[in-house]
Ligand binder design. Sequence first.
Ligand code: FAD
Ligand code: SIN
Length: 536
Amino acid sequence: MARIKTDILVLGSGIAGLTFSIKAARQYPDKNILILTKTVEGESNTRYAQGGVAAVWDEAHDTFEKHIADTLDAGDGLCNEDIVRIVVEEGPERVREIIGWGARFDKEKDSPEYDLAREGGHSEHRILHYKDLTGWEIQRTLMEEADKYPNIKVLEHYFALDLITQHHLGRMVIRVTPGIECYGCYALNKENGEIDTLLSRVTILCTGGGGQVYKSTTNPVIATGDGVAMTYRAKGRVENMEFMQFHPTSLYNPAGENPSFLVSEAVRGFGAILKTAEGEEFMQHYDPRLSLAPRDIVARAIDSEMKKRGTECMYLDCRHLDKEGFVAHFPTIYDKCLSVGIDPMKDMIPVVPACHYMCGGIKVDAFGSSSIHRLYAAGECSSTGLHGANRLASNSLLEAMVFADRIHRDIQGKMEHWDFQEGIPDWNAEGTTSPNEMVLITQSMKELKDIMSYYVGIVRSNIRLKRALDRLYLLYQETEDLYKTTAVSPQLMELRNLITIAYLITRAASHRRESRGLHFTTDYPDKLPFVEYSVL
Ligand code: FAD
Ligand code: SIN
């Protein structure tokens, strides 16, 4: 059981964690930055991003005001307008920065101009992308850049278990006082099975989203909401959790696949059209923007058509598109379709909505500071106020970079006053035995995903939410009993964390007595005139 001290502790090696670490390493060369990541450095949601990064780039056609208006419109009345302005206005500078670090974005043919794509809800072409592999390109760039700084150290296969605060020491919640402080975290070294105590002056949570709470998701298996669950256990504020975004078009696979393969919204931006199995368009019944309406509207339209027709998927028609252009823009999507026997130039692509993005998360201020002192959050695990009730496509990579930058500026001058906390006990594993109940864990995980998919999906109702809460309570009790008696494993911790995420989504959904953005309930189909974020 090692005790490790680091000035700055970063949990997560996606776009938020790496961007912050690079900026902090430059700004504070005498400070140590330790990044923990639960598998390998390159595995993250970031790595799988397809569409790209939204930023006002083509100033002849686009303006900050237009990007702000699109973000507010998608967010359906719940965005924090000040935060939207900050992200939109600071965004292009952050994009220039990663280009400076080596990120390649596609250019127009024989031109120095970037090839800007368009996605649902955007009134202009403003998405910088690298084929349909933008996330991979960003992850590669950031890892190479981070490697240049001797004061950044990455520990792979280290699973953060819980934050250390004055009431959360060595596994037990001891007492509750106002003014909670974070002193680091306990983490499982997956290679030797030991639980280490990591002490820091400041901790930055960049742990990504929690899409794995649903049966069908585009998120990789690491997306288990660990940072949000840890913060909630440490009595930090979490908000806006009812707004889980379903991407309208994941590739339908009758055999099921985890994660579901994404067919980027940029494909619709390129001209693909949503159709029924009979080849009829249907989006005109739902929104004048047709296939390029914001995601919540398109996902609900597909869900409703599937239910009306009793079908398992709808279709994306690309057959009229230029093959050369399609393959150049979407080589991964093209290859994936071919690999399952679908030729996008000859066959319509079967698609189905899948959970994609967590709009809510750890409540932070305009500089990424959470309600817990010395604890910041950036990226998908945070709730900054940018997304409101529905995230605009390709705004999340942008948000992560803007907030990583803001946090690195905010800690200046503060860090010196945040000493390492003395007297922190080691993790207390008393009364626990070796894990021997993997069957119970995997079965509970299946039950959890079923509950969330059937009762807390795209369309909700009071009775479904109540059923979900009743069943979640039982799962919670059984899992807490396991936690008290068996040794900690990543699987058990992920189950615990996902049960917390499920509870937060369902609780927040039952508090919201209206339909807005991504939250639609048949009991309250209308929007209320005045509403706020739900804080838990
Ligand atoms: P992540 O990139 O998810 O990184 C999380 C990190 O935290 C990982 O390193 C993980 O190992 C680590 N971690 C988690 N828990 C623990 C723990 N307990 N202990 C230690 N480490 C831990 N957004 C866009 O803006 N544009 C797009 O085109 C786009 N396309 C997408 C396509 C797909 C298929 C998906 C899934 C998402 C897409 N998104 C897109 C969303 C976007 O990719 C994510 O919101 C963003 O990458 C999140 O970055 P992050 O740094 O917050 O977290
Ligand atoms: C996509 O490429 O459709 C995903 C974009 C996003 O989630 O922002």
